[in-house]
Design a protein around this ligand. Structure first.
Ligand code: MGD
Ligand code: MGD
Ligand code: SF4
Ligand code: MO
Length: 702
C-alpha cells in the first residue's frame, strides 16, 4: 500500500471547489480544500468529504441488475453481466422504435449529468439514434427561463451573464440562497467570504426572498416578497428607471434596440400597482431602483426562486433588462460573459423554442426538450406517440418533478424502463434494468458546464483518483456501447467516437485561449487549475445574435404581460403559498444516504411563521397535513419568524420510505416528498418551466 496525493475538482455542485485527496492504496485518507485552486482558493463545504462516502457506499451498485418477478408476483434484483444488460436494453429500445416509432422512447436526464463531462460528450452516441420528441430533463424544473432569455436577448442558450461579485458596489439578489446552494448559474466558491467583502468595502447587498434565508441574514437589507410576484417587483424597478429618467445603458447603447418599446409597454406596472401583491412598499421599490441606478457598478441577479415560478421567463427577462438599462451588463462589477477554455457556446447549437409541442397538453419544447411536468401524462395517455419505453440517466424525477406521485404510478405501466444510475432509488426502483457507472473518483474530470458560468476564467483537468475496477464501465462508455448495439439492430452506419478527454483536448486547442497553447497536456501541469484571469467586457463581439444587436423588445415576454395583468388585476384570495428550501448538507434527492451529512436534527420540516401557526391552531413540533390540488403529505411544523406570513417552506428531495428503495441510511430518515404536493398543472405558461415555488396549499393540524 502506498500513500498518494491527488488533485481534483469537486463535481457535486456548481462551485467546483478544488480538492486535495490523500489516498493509501484503495483507501481515502482525507479530502481537503486545495488552496492553490485559483477559483476556490481552498474553500470546501461539508459535502466534499461525502465523496468518500459515495465511493465506499455498500448501497452503490457495482454491476448491472435486472428485475426478476417471481411466480407469487414478488420482485427481486439479480446481478447480470454487462453483455446481457446492454443487449437487453438495446433490444428493448430497438423493438419499441421498430413497433411504435422513435417517439415511443422517452428520455429523462437529471442534474448530475451536467456535472459529469463524459455524460455530456457521449449521450449523443446513443440519442442520435433515437431522435425522439419525448426528451425531458431537470432543466425544466430549474433554469429553463435563463436559457430562453439567453437565446432571446443574446442569441444563445448558454450566453448567461455572471455576477461579478468581487468588484461590485450594489447587489440586488432575488430568489437565491448561495449560502446554502453555493451559487447557481454563478460558479462562486466561497461565496460567503465574497459577500462579506462586498459589504466590508462599503457595497450593499439587498436580498428579496419570502424567507429570511441564510444569505438574507448576511445582507444590508432583506425584503419579504409574496411567492410568484417577483415579475411585478422587477417591472416596478424597471418602470421607475424609465419614469425617473435613470436609464443609461452606457457602452451598450450602440448595439441595444427596443428599450423604448419596453418602456411604453410597462408604463402601468408602477411600484404602487406591485405593492399590494408583492408586499414590498412602493417607497422601498423606488429606493432600490434609485440606488441601483446610482451605483457605479451594480448587479441584479435572480435564481431558482424567480425561475421555478409561474412567471419564471418574465422574471429572468426583466432582470436582464434591468442590468442592460443601468449599463451594468458586460461591465466589471456588473454581470459579464465568461471566456471558457472549452467554449461550449461555440460548440453547441443556440437552442430553439416551440418548434414542437407535447402531445397531450401542447407544451412547448426548448432545445429539443419538453417540460418535465408533462412526463407522466405522456406515459399514461394512450395514442400515437405515447411513451412506452423510458431511459432515465442521473435523475430522480419521482422526487424532483411536480406531482411526482403521479409519475410514480405511471412508471410501472411502461413496457420497459432502463436507468443509468448507481442507486436503486424512488425512480430507478421501477426500472427493468439498472446500469451503474463507475464511481466519480474512478473517472477523470473536466468541468464542461461550470467553467462557462464561473466568476473567473480558469481551467482544470484531473485524472481519475482510482483505477477503474475490472468489469466496470463509465457513463460515457455505457452510452457508446448502447449506441453501437442500436447501430447493429437498426442497421445504421457506425459512428466513430473518441474518449471525452480527447474531445476536451480538441476543445482546448481550438478554444478562445488556444493562442496560449492550451491543451490537455498543458492542463496536466496545473493540477490545481490554470488561471486565465478575471472576466472581461466583450460585447458586442460575444453576442450570438445575427447582427450583434441585443433586441430588448422580445415579443414573447411582452405578450406575457397580459397574463400577468389578468392574474393580478383580480384581487385573488390570498392562499397559503409553498416554497422550497436548500441546506448546505443536502443535495437534491441523492445525498441523504451518507450518515455524516444527515445526522443531527430532522431537516424535512414544514417551516411556518408563528402567526400563521397560531391562526391555524398549530403548535411547534406538531404533525400537520400539507395539501394541494394534487396531494397531501404529513410533516412536522417548525415555527420560524424568518418565514414571511402566508408562506410555508418544505425542502425537496425527501420521501425515501417507498418499498424497494435501496438507500439504507436515507430510509432511516425518509422525510416526505415536497413534489407529492407540487402541481404539474401549475407552471410558467410561457416557458413550460415547473412552478415548484408559489404553489397554493392548505395546512391542517393532525
Ligand atoms: N419542489 C422542488 N423540486 C425541485 C427543486 C426544488 O427546489 N423544489 N429543485 C429542482 C432542481 S434545481 C433540480 S436540478 C432537480 C434535480 O432533479 P434530478 O436531477 O431528477 O434529481 P437528483 O436528485 O439530482 O438525482 C440525481 C440522480 O443521479 C444519480 N447520480 C449521481 N451521480 C451520478 C453519475 O455520475 N452518473 C449517473 N449515471 N448517475 C448519477 C443519483 O444516484 C440520483 O439518482 O430537482 C428539481 N426539483
Ligand atoms: N446544498 C445544496 N446545494 C445545492 C443544491 C442542493 O440541493 N443543496 N442544489 C443545486 C442545484 S441543482 C441548484 S439549481 C442550485 C439552486 O441554487 P439557488 O437558486 O441559490 O437555490 P435555493 O437555495 O433553493 O434558493 C432559492 C431561494 O428562493 C427563495 N424563493 C422561493 N420562492 C420565491 C419567490 O417566489 N420569489 C423569490 N424572490 N424568492 C423565492 C427561497 O426561499 C430560497 O431562499 O443549488 C445547487 N446547490
Ligand atoms: S461547495 Fe459544492 S463544489 Fe465545493 S466542496 Fe461543497 S459540494 Fe463540492
Ligand atoms: Mo438545479
Amino acid at each position: 500500500m502506498s500513500s498518494q496525493t491527488h488533485y481534483r475538482a469537486c463535481h457535486l455542485c456548481e462551485a467546483i471547489c478544488g480538492l486535495v485527496i490523500e489516498t493509501d492504496g484503495a483507501e481515502i485518507v482525507s479530502i481537503k480544500g486545495d488552496s492553490n485552486d485559483p477559483l476556490s482558493r481552498g474553500h470546501i463545504c461539508p459535502k466534499a468529504v461525502a465523496l468518500r462516502d459515495i465511493h465506499e457506499d455498500p448501497d452503490r451498485l457495482r454491476s448491472p441488475v435486472k428485475k426478476v418477478v417471481a411466480e407469487d408476483g414478488s420482485t427481486r434484483w439479480q446481478e447480470i453481466d454487462w453483455e446481457e444488460a446492454l443487449d437487453t436494453t438495446a433490444a428493448a429500445l430497438a423493438q419499441s422504435i421498430g413497433d411504435h416509432g422513435v417517439h415511443s422512447v422517452g428520455v429523462y436526464l437529471g442534474n448530475p449529468s451536467v456535472h459529469n463531462y463524459g455524460m455530456l460528450t457521449h449521450q449523443g452516441n446513443l440519442f442520435r439514434h433515437i431522435r425522439t420528441n419525448n426528451r425531458f430533463s431537470a432543466t425544466s424544473v430549474d433554469q429553463l427561463p435563463h436559457h430562453l432569455v439567453g437565446l432571446w436577448l443574446y442569441g444563445h442558450k448558454l450566453l448567461l451573464p455572471i455576477p461579478d461579485v468581487d468588484n461590485t458596489d450594489y447587489f440586488l439578489m432575488l430568489g437565491a440562497n448561495p449560502l446554502a446552494s453555493n451559487g447557481s448559474i454563478w460558479t462562486v466558491p466561497d461565496v460567503k467570504k465574497r459577500l462579506k467583502a462586498l459589504r466590508a468595502r462599503g457595497g450593499k447587498l439587498v436580498v428579496v426572498d419570502p424567507r429570511r434565508s441564510e444569505t438574507a441574514q448576511l445582507a444590508d437589507q432583506h425584503h419579504f416578497i409574496r411567492p410568484g410576484t417577483d415579475a411585478l417587483f422587477l417591472l416596478a424597478i424597471l418602470n421607475t428607471l424609465f419614469a425617473e429618467d435613470l436609464v443609461d445603458p452606457g457602452h451598450l447603447t450602440a448595439f441595444t434596440h427596443g428599450l423604448d418599446e419596453v418602456a411604453a409597454s410597462i408604463s402601468d406596472f408602477t411600484p404602487e400597482y406591485a405593492e399590494p401583491h408583492t408586499g414590498i412598499s412602493a417607497h422601498s421599490t423606488r429606493e432600490i431602483a434609485r440606488e441601483l441606478a446610482a451605483a457605479e457598478r451594480g448587479i441584479c441577479y435572480g435564481r431558482m426562486g424567480i425561475s421555478t415560478q409561474a412567471y419564471g421567463a418574465l422574471c429572468q427577462w426583466l432582470s436582464q433588462l434591468i442590468n442592460i438599462a443601468t449599463g451594468n451588463l458586460d461591465k466589471p462589477g456588473g454581470s459579464l460573459f465568461t471566456t471558457p477554455a472549452v467554449d461550449t457556446v461555440a460548440s453547441s447549437g443556440p437552442g430553439g423554442f416551440g418548434r414542437h409541442h407535447s402531445r397531450v397538453r401542447s407544451l412547448p419544447e426548448f432545445d429539443r426538450e419538453l417540460p418535465a411536468s408533462a412526463l407522466a401524462e405522456e406515459i399514461m395517455t394512450p395514442g400515437d406517440g405515447q411513451i412506452r419505453v423510458l431511459f432515465t440517466g442521473a435523475g430522480n424525477p419521482v422526487l424532483s418533478t411536480p406531482n411526482g406521485r403521479r409519475l410514480d404510478e405511471a412508471l410501472p405501466t411502461l413496457d420497459f424502463m432502463v436507468s443509468l444510475d448507481p442507486y436503486i432509488n424512488e425512480t430507478t426502483r421501477h426500472a427493468d434494468i439498472i446500469l451503474p457507472p463507475t464511481s466519480p473518483l474512478e473517472h477523470d474530470h473536466y468541468d464542461l458546464s461550470f467553467h462557462v458560468l464561473a466568476i473567473r476564467n480558469t481551467a482544470r483537468y484531473n485524472p481519475p483518483v482510482f483505477d477503474k475496477p475490472e468489469g466496470s464501465l463509465h457513463d460515457w462508455e455505457i452510452f457508446t456501447e448502447l449506441g453501437k448495439r442500436l447501430e447493429r439492430l437498426l442497421d445504421l452506419p457506425e459512428q466513430p467516437s473518441a474518449p471525452p478527454a480527447e474531445i476536451v483536448d480538441m476543445g482546448l486547442r481550438h478554444g478562445p485561449w488556444a493562442e496560449r497553447g492550451l491543451s490537455l497536456a498543458m492542463l496536466r501541469e496545473y493540477p490545481s487549475g490554470l488561471d486565465l484571469g478575471p472576466l472581461q467586457s466583450q460585447l458586442p463581439e460575444r453576442l450570438a445574435t445575427r447582427d450583434k444587436i441585443i433586441r430588448c423588445n422580445t415579443p414573447e415576454p411582452l405578450a406575457d404581460l397580459q397574463r400577468l395583468r389578468r392574474e393580478f388585476d383580480q384581487d385573488g384570495a390570498q392562499a397559503l403559498r409553498l416554497i422550497g428550501r436548500r441546506h448546505v448538507r443536502s443535495n437534491n434527492s441523492w445525498m441523504h444516504n451518507y450518515h455524516r451529512l444527515v445526522k443531527g436534527r430532522d431537516r424535512c420540516t414544514l417551516m411556518m411563521n408563528p402567526a400563521d401557526m397560531e391562526q391555524l391552531n398549530i403548535t411547534e413540533g406538531a404533525q400537520v397535513a400539507l395539501s394541494s390540488r394534487v396531494g397531501s403529505v404529513e410533516a412536522i411544523a417548525e415555527a420560524s419568524a424568518d418565514m414571511m406570513p402566508g408562506v410555508v417552506s418544505l425542502p425537496h428531495g425527501y420521501g425515501h420510505q417507498r418499498p424497494g428503495v435501496r438507500l439504507t441510511e436515507a430510509s432511516r430518515r425518509p422525510g416526505v416528498s415536497c413534489n407529492d404536493v407540487t402541481d404539474e398543472q401549475y407552471l410558467d405558461a410561457l416557458s413550460g418551466n415547473a412552478a415548484v415555488n408559489g404553489v397554493a396549499v392548505t395546512v391542517t393540524p393532525l
